[in-house]
Structures are given as C-alpha cells and as structure tokens.
Design a protein around this ligand. Structure first.
Ligand SMILES: Nc1ncnc2c1ncn2[C@@H]1O[C@H](COP(=O)(O)OP(=O)(O)OP(=O)(O)O)[C@@H](O)[C@H]1O
Ligand SMILES: [Mg+2]
Length: 399
C-alpha cells in the first residue's frame, strides 16, 4: 500500500506558480497606452535630469503594480546601458496604515548600508527621519524613484508629498534626484491634497481602466499556456473565466484566481481538463467566500439580526416585519449566549444597515386606510451561508 499522498499526480498544472499573486509576467498585454504614458514620464531619467512625479489610479487588479514593475525594470536596464543616465534606485513601499514617520523610516532602512544599525522606531522625529533619508540619498547619488503603493492610506500624505518633491529645490539633496510614484485605488485622492502639495507635486496622472472580457481572455491565455499543461484546458473555460471577471470587476487578479481555482477543482475531481463547469464552481466558491468575509466584518448584533432573518427565511416566514424579526432575534441571541438589544428602534437600525449593505431586500407596505407605512425585509442571499459563518464564529469564540 502506498502512502497517503502517493496517489497524487500533477496532471493539470505545469507551473502553478505562474498563477500566484507574486508572479511577475514577462509580458504585459493590453496596456500599451498606459505603458507609453509611463515611458514619456521617465525619459528625462535617461539624460540625467529630474524624473517626473507620477500618480497611478485604477481599481484593484487592473495591472498598476505589474505595469510599474515592468516599466521600472526596463528603465533600469536602459540606464545601465547609457552613459548620460545616473544610477537608478527604486524603492517600493506599501503605505497601508502608515504614518509619514514610519514610511520614511522604512525607506531609510532600505537605503542604509548593511552594517549600519536600523533607524530607531522611537525617540526621533519626522524631521530626523527625513534628514537621514536625504543623507542616504546623497551618499548614494543617482536617481531615486520612490514607489508609494496605497498612498491614499498614508496618514499624513500631505506632509510627505510636500517635502519630497521640493528636496532638491531646498538644497536638502544636491547630487541625488528623486521622483515619486504614487499608486491608489481612490480617484479622489488628489482632491484631498492641499493646493500647495498639488503645486509641488506637478504629477503626471495615469489612469488604468478595468479590463473587458476580451482583454482578460488574452491575459489568461498567456498565463494558461505557461501554468497549465497543453491538453488540460479548453478555450471555452478560459473565455468563461474572462467573461465572469469582465462582468464582475474587470480585474485580471479575479480572472487569474478563477482559472487557478477552476483548475484545482478539476484536479480534485480527477478530471484531466478544466472545463466551463469547473470555472462556474470556482465562481460560486469565491462568491461564497466573499460573502462570508462580508458577514464576518459585521458587528455582533448586526450578525444576530441577520441570522434571525435567515432563520425566518429558512422556514418560509419572510418577508417579515421588524417586530417579528425582533422576536426571532431574541431567541437567536439567547441561543448564542448573548444579551439581546432591547429596543425595536435598535433592531430597525440594524435592519436598515443590513439592507444598505446588500444583505437584505426591503419593501415598503402601506397600512390600510389609516395611512402610515412599514418595511418588510427578506434575505437576499443563501441562508446556509449565514448559518455557516455564525456557527463558525460562535465556535471560534468558544475556544
Ligand atoms: N496587462 C496585464 N498583462 C498580464 N498580466 C496582468 C496584466 N494586468 C494585471 N495582470 C496580472 O493580474 C494580477 C493583478 O495585477 P496587479 O497586481 O498589477 O493589480 P493592481 O492594479 O496593482 O491591483 P491592486 O490595486 O489590488 O494592488 C497580477 O497577477 C498581474 O500579474
Ligand atoms: Mg498593486
């Protein structure tokens, strides 16, 4: 008898890493215009001049990171071949939840020589961190491009984006040059910057639109050729994944995830080929997962109210009025050993929020001749998904 894993064979995947998030494609498809805009923003670097600042906007999964990496790698290769170009350094930083101090501190630590001690976390100011940053830039010379991903999550973006572009004009650096590349999902980011920052930045703006199904199909094809073995997928499965993602988010990440998940499902079922059905199953699994996450993000009592509506839905007693929902909610809360909220108003507020968030359907009914109207609620999802998540969270709490 073989071991537990001895029957596992790799038939579908040729190189599964190609479908991983970190994988850098050798070829960027369907982004010629954006790449060209990027290119013209950085031509000055080839002649030892100041780089432009660039802001990239676009929704999740539309290639901002992939295109940036590609363009900067190409730029680096080219600067190495040219005499007029200074040495190019690229510093990448994700700003999620950062303060200006911690962002600059991380940049400094990336620049310090290996033997130096790291820049301290505490005790020094923003100005100290910036001073050290400029000192390191001067030590190295050359052109420095600072990529600030999720820049809209930087707590004091105004200050940093005011300081860095003016470093040379203020003589903080003289031999080094600096350019900023900001990446954001939030198109209104610029409006939140103060007028003087907007003026200092003078950035080029590149906006990335979402992909349509045809573009996604082209991207998926090149991925599939590398990731999957030749006979293991059909064009129609690829087209299906592209169509689903194209309709839903227009994100290449979603399309690639669907393909990977579909291939995994085919493999689990011992099937030699990824078919449309597998992509459909992948789509459902992903949707379920997303819903589960969304439920988990709700507060305790919002979840209990949702569970109450799911219970009523399960026994065919929806649409229901808030009073009926409150009764069930009380039972649900006790069963979960939680103290229920006592006012009808608080339940109505939760119902209204859950409706806004897309968990519930709501209709307005009239109360006969006396006038006045009331709301009825119905569940707008599979009740089992709600039960699964609530049970799971309850169990986690008990541990
Ligand atoms: N034009 C493209 N050609 C090939 N692969 C692409 C293209 N656009 C995106 N991808 C791939 O899709 C995935 C998501 O792209 P990427 O990480 O660049 O998105 P993003 O815009 O940076 O998203 P986020 O805002 O979430 O950071 C990556 O695996 C990337 O390699
Ligand atoms: Mg990105």
């Amino acid at each position: 008898m073989g071991g537990l894993f001895s029957d596992v064979t790799d038939t579908i995947f040729l190189e599964k890493e190609v479908l991983d998030e970190e994988y850098q494609p050798d070829e960027i498809l369907e982004r010629e215009d954006e790449i060209n805009e990027y290119k013209s923003a950085f031509t000055d670097v080839l002649f030892g001049r100041n780089p432009s600042n660039v802001m990239l906007y676009g929704k999740a999964g539309v290639g901002k990171t992939a295109v940036t990496r590609y363009v900067l790698e190409e730029l680096k290769t080219e600067t190495e071949d040219r005499e007029d170009a200074d040495d190019l350094y690229v510093h990448r930083h994700n700003c999620n939840g950062d303060t200006m101090f911690s962002a600059v501190r991380t940049l400094v630590n990336g620049l310090l020589p290996e033997e130096s001690a790291q820049f301290p976390k505490k005790g020094l100011s923003r100005a100290d961190a910036l001073e050290e940053f400029y000192a390191q830039l001067e030590r190295l010379g050359g052109t420095h491009l600072v990529v600030l991903d999720e820049i809209d999550h930087l707590q004091d973006a105004n200050e940093l984006l005011y300081e860095l572009p003016r470093a040379r004009a203020n003589d903080y650096i003289t031999s080094a040059r600096i350019g900023i590349i900001g990446i954001s999902n939030n198109y209104t980011f610029r409006q939140h910057l103060s007028a003087k920052v907007q003026d200092a930045l003078k950035e080029e703006e590149i906006s990335f639109s979402t992909y349509d199904a045809n573009e996604l199909r082209a991207i998926l094809h090149t991925r599939a050729e590398k990731a999957l073995s030749e006979e293991s997928y059909s064009d129609s499965a690829i087209a299906k994944a592209a169509a689903v993602a194209g309709r839903d988010t227009g994100s290449a990440r979603q399309a690639i995830d669907l393909l990977r998940k579909g291939a995994e499902i085919a493999e689990e079922n011992d099937e030699p080929r990824v078919k449309d059905d597998h992509i459909e199953l992948a789509r459902e699994a992903v949707k379920r997962g997303r819903l589960q996450d969304k439920i988990k993000d709700q507060s305790l009592h919002a979840r209990l109210v949702l569970e109450a509506v799911a219970k009523l839905d399960h026994v065919g007693e929806t649409p229901a009025r808030s009073k009926a929902i409150m009764k069930t909610y009380r039972r649900v809360a006790r069963k979960r050993a939680e103290e229920p909220l006592t006012t009808l108003k608080s339940i109505q507020n939760h119902l209204s929020d859950l409706y806004m968030l897309g968990f519930l359907l709501r209709s307005e009914e009239n109360e006969g001749r006396k006038g006045g109207s009331y709301h009825e609620y119905d569940l707008d999802m599979d009740a089992n998904v709600v039960f699964e998540v609530c049970d799971q969270l309850d169990n986690e709490d008990a541990v």
